[in-house]
Design a protein around this ligand. Structure first.
Ligand code: BGC
Length: 522
């Protein structure tokens, strides 16, 4: 079996620690950093389908939309400035996530979260009061800077705070708040679009101040992580904090390991170059391929442009926002399924099941749209049952993503990197995610215009490729303590040639391997 040869750890080497109310509180507050990312994803598509917003900032799109439905529906939203509005944010986020990795390392995780909240707040205000297109773009660049900082710091913060046994569930808390942010934004859009006078879009965009304040205030009340304190030389405070977080007195084993890991990572002069060493080849591959594939599922076509898409297939503005609310709720609910199942059924099962589900739905949606719109984009009268079938399959597709590539796209990278490369590798994951979010956002509307229903088949093709990739190359990481993760590469049919026995990882990893009696090879 190509993907065989993985390891099951029994978790006996896990450090003592409970799910204390304190750690739960800090993780819930920190996970809310995902809200700003989600709010933004959900708000953009809805706002760009509000006629008053289009009329004011993108009049040519507005005019096209007013034209007779007999003109080509695939191309009615194809406007470079409109896509620039949506995607400028992701470019800004990519740049700031790289800067954030230094701030996070040198000044602590909290400071990056604080910067994230403040920048996002500023962007929200400029957008809410925007009078010209350039104000919208500047506002979105600030929002992007905010997201870059938050997305770099929050997952790191969560992994460092969470007791080992609950790391998976707490990590998916970040994805859960992304999905809640998306849903809240979609519900608000639905009501704000109804405001007479057509200024509802100002509330939608300005409303981003609320999640921004949550993470800003949150970062002021949260403690920094013990890892970060140790990195900055505050050993005694770190030990006291660790006892409080874990709810046990004996934290010496974890504390010593954190100090060793910190020494190890400080001895590395060029963290980026270090990543290129042969023994980190599997990690680097996953750091790049997982976020790349996550975006190539095509999920953000639905997230950004669901209302636009629903409009295109014949829904009115109201109904299209309502449909987006439906997909948003499915997204949240299916993420809960993932929290429940990720440590029971494993990552590989979710990846492969979710992939198959997405593939079937993409094929059906492509067939439905192709059948009615043909290649010239002229649908004629669309029956109600037709729209219901399309929305149903889009929902099943979203559910498939939301319990597989959505949360696992953030969880798996964060659990497979050994400590000495964790920070740099995490930055790569965030950057690759942002680059491809940007590319999809930038070219989707043009692609819809040119590829028509075939666009869905392009994403379907990538879903096949990524599922084969997971099947062949991704080892199961369920139930394996992070410090023992080297085993999965060592016993993998392909990756073992890069990661040889005794060569993997740092002093911490080597120390651990001497007491791995409870680890069995499958
Ligand atoms: C992805 C986003 C996506 C969201 C949808 C996240 O994991 O990174 O790009 O919009 O999930 O829920």
């Amino acid at each position: 079996m190509p993907a065989g040869g993985f390891v099951v750890g029994d978790g006996q080497n896990a450090y003592p620690g409970k799910l204390t109310p304190f750690v739960l509180f800090t993780c819930v507050v920190a996970a809310m950093g995902g809200l700003i990312f989600g709010y933004d994803i959900g708000i953009s598509g809805g706002v760009t389908s509000m006629p008053s917003f289009l009329k004011r900032f993108f009049p040519s799109v507005y005019r096209k939309q007013q034209e007779d439905a007999s003109t080509n529906q695939y191309c009615q939203y194809d406007s470079a400035t409109l896509t620039m509005f949506t995607s400028s944010l992701y470019l800004a986020a990519l740049i700031s996530s790289l800067v954030a990795s230094t701030v996070t390392r040198k000044f602590g995780r909290r400071l990056s979260m604080l910067f994230g909240g403040i920048l996002f707040c500023a962007g929200a205000l400029i957008n809410g009061f925007a009078k010209h297109v350039w104000m919208l773009i500047v506002g979105r660049i600030l929002l992007g800077f905010g997201i870059g900082f938050a997305n770099q710091a929050v997952p790191l913060y969560l992994s460092e705070m969470a007791p080992y046994k609950y790391r998976g569930a707490l990590n998916i808390g970040f994805q859960l708040s992304i999905t809640i942010g998306i849903l809240v934004a979609e519900v608000l859009n639905y009501f704000f679009a109804k405001i007479k006078g057509g200024w509802g879009w100002r509330l939608s965009l300005g409303g981003a101040v609320v999640p921004a304040l949550i993470i800003t205030i949150g970062s002021l009340v949260l403690p920094d992580t013990p890892n970060s304190m140790i990195e900055r030389g505050q050993h005694e405070e770190a030990k006291t904090k660790l006892r409080r977080i874990r709810g046990v007195d004996d934290v010496s084993q974890e504390f010593d390991d954190l100090v060793a890991a910190s020494k190890e990572s400080q001895s590395i002069e060029h963290p980026w170059r270090n990543l290129l060493r042969r023994k980190y080849r599997p990690h680097l591959t996953m750091a790049v391929m997982i976020p790349f594939f996550q975006q190539l599922t095509g999920i953000n076509v639905i997230m950004f442009y669901a209302p636009v898409l629903f409009n295109t297939i014949g829904f009115t503005t109201d109904a299209s926002l309502m449909s987006a609310v439906v997909t948003g709720s499915v997204n949240v609910a299916a993420t809960l399924v993932s929290i429940y199942g990720v440590d029971r059924w494993g990552r590989r099962f979710l990846f492969l099941e979710g992939g198959t589900q997405m593939l079937i739905c993409q094929a059906v949606v492509a067939a439905c749209i192709g059948a009615k719109f043909g290649v010239d984009g002229t649908p004629g009268e669309l029956p109600k049952w037709y729209a219901i079938v399309v929305v149903t399959f889009i929902c099943i597709y979203v559910a498939g993503f939301a319990w597989s590539w959505g949360p696992l796209g953030w969880l798996v990278p964060s659990e497979i990197f050994p400590l000495e490369i964790r920070s740099a590798a995490q930055s790569i994951t965030v950057s690759v995610n942002m680059i491809f979010t940007f590319i999809i956002a930038q070219i989707f509307l043009t692609m819809l215009c040119h590829l028509k229903f075939g666009l869905f088949l392009v994403f379907a093709f990538f879903v096949v490729v990524m599922s084969i990739f997971v099947y062949i190359f991704l080892p199961e990481t369920k139930g394996i303590p992070i410090e023992e993760m080297g085993q999965v590469w060592r016993s993998h049919w392909y990756w073992s040639r890069f990661v040889e026995d005794g060569e993997y990882g740092n002093a911490l990893e080597m120390g651990k391997s001497s007491n791995q009696a409870g680890t069995k090879h499958v």
